[in-house]
Design a protein around this ligand. Structure first.
Ligand code: PLP
Length: 393
């Protein structure tokens, strides 16, 4: 079998170098474990950047659903529908705010669909979108237009009229809304931007402001759902409902699924011919998504995220590690703000990886943990111990 070095060398000939990849090739995964081509084993506390994250790698129920579906039908055009996409949409909407779903493959595409829906719903002359500093909504031109300037460099001009305001500061949103504003995009907890959790008052105020000013509220739940934060969807922590919600990453159980969910009021805004995605909602990926949602329900993973997240946070707090300035997040979406004079989060990530634990970083020297929600207690304990050792080494 090819080694890490052999696969990486070949990859450099054929793959565009847009990722700054590590010199590792992954070959196998099960539950919270993943193995590279040299046979090294890793505890994956950041499974697939959230992409394989909720039920871990190759969960047997998801693999079985994919195998069964693969023997029946992989794909068909969207003039037809299929039972797996209907089941996935039902499971999403029943656990959210009703409404209807458009399927695609990624978070950026889900946000593109949401952008178009918002503009159509808002009506002629309303095109401006408000987003928040430290947000991340994707890399396509529309979603990039909502994302901070450092990601936009070299790709300007962006979509016109977008305004970026302070996360958590309602008055800046209020001042930014004008007669041409169509929508506000918000992550109910910012992931890439540093695991920032807004207050209940801010999110409720935002909902009210959008309603009062006739502006659509879009919650980007690409990182926060399903179940990761201890609710099916993170907006549910605040006792509000958005008009539109976008999903991707974990919703596909490891296969590419993106979704734009419109509330009942906006469910019929996108009419035939207004938007599309050739293999979006294909039965193979939808079967993986439906199996993931079923597992979350059957295994009580929403509740488990809260219980295990609280346990990890109290272990980390009790350890009293000097370089940890703050611990934040919700459920099993946890961020450790490190004192940059004492520890560089990227160095801790590398130490962890060299010792067999995968974690990640976010903006502002934050270390990020997002273990699969199915991770057994022993592995959760072992991963946290490895992390603590890395933090003091
Ligand atoms: C909140 C959020 N929205 C959108 C995206 C883009 O998702 P994708 O990489 O699937 O396009 C990301 C990716 O990290 C994200 O964190």
């Amino acid at each position: 079998m090819a080694t890490n070095a052999q696969i990486v060398e070949e990859s450099q000939k054929y793959l565009i170098e847009n990722y700054g990849r590590l010199e590792l090739a992954m070959v196998r995964g099960t539950g919270v474990y993943i193995w590279d081509a040299d046979g090294n084993e890793y505890l994956d506390f950041f499974a697939g950047f959230g992409g394989g994250g909720v039920c871990g790698h190759c969960h047997p129920a998801i693999v079985e659903a994919v195998k069964n579906q693969a023997e029946q039908l992989l794909s068909h055009g969207n003039l037809f529908t299929n039972a797996p996409q209907v089941e996935l949409a039902r499971r999403i909407t029943e656990n959210a705010f009703g409404g209807k779903v458009f399927f695609c493959h990624s978070g950026a595409e889900a946000n593109e669909a949401a952008l178009k829906l918002v503009r159509l719903a808002a009506g002629e002359g309303k095109y401006k979108i408000i987003s928040f500093r430290n947000c991340f909504h994707g890399r396509t031109m529309g979603s990039l237009s909502l994302t901070p300037e450092n990601f936009q460099k070299g790709f300007e001009p962006m979509l016109p009229g977008n305004v970026m305001v302070d996360y958590g500061d309602l008055s800046t949103v209020e001042n930014a809304i004008d007669d041409e504003t169509a929508g506000v995009f918000v992550e109910p907890i910012q992931g890439e931007g540093g695991m920032n959790v807004p207050t209940v008052d801010f999110m409720r105020g935002l909902r009210k402001l959008c309603t009062d000013r006739g502006v659509l509220l879009v919650c980007d739940e690409v990182w926060t759902a399903p179940a990761r934060t201890g609710k099916w969807f993170a907006y549910q922590h605040y006792g509000i409902e958005p008009d539109v919600m976008t999903l991707a990453k974990a919703i596909g159980g490891g296969l590419p699924v993106g979704a734009c969910v419109a509330s009942p009021e906006y469910a019929d805004v996108l009419k035939p011919g207004t938007h599309g995605c050739t293999v979006g909602g294909n039965p193979l990926c939808a079967a993986a998504g439906a199996a993931t949602m079923k597992l979350i329900e059957d295994e009580g993973l929403v509740e488990r995220a809260t219980v295990k997240g609280d346990e990890i946070v109290s272990t980390l707090r009790d350890a009293n590690i000097a370089c940890i300035e703050d611990i934040r997040g919700s459920g099993l979406m946890i961020g450790l703000q490190l004192d940059e004079n004492a520890k560089v989060a990227k160095d801790v990530m590398t130490t962890c990886r060299n010792r067999g634990l995968l974690v990640c970083v976010a903006k502002n020297n934050v270390l990020r943990l997002a273990p699969p929600l199915i991770t057994p207690d022993d592995e959760l304990r072992r991963g946290v111990e490895m992390l603590l050792e890395a933090l003091v080494s």
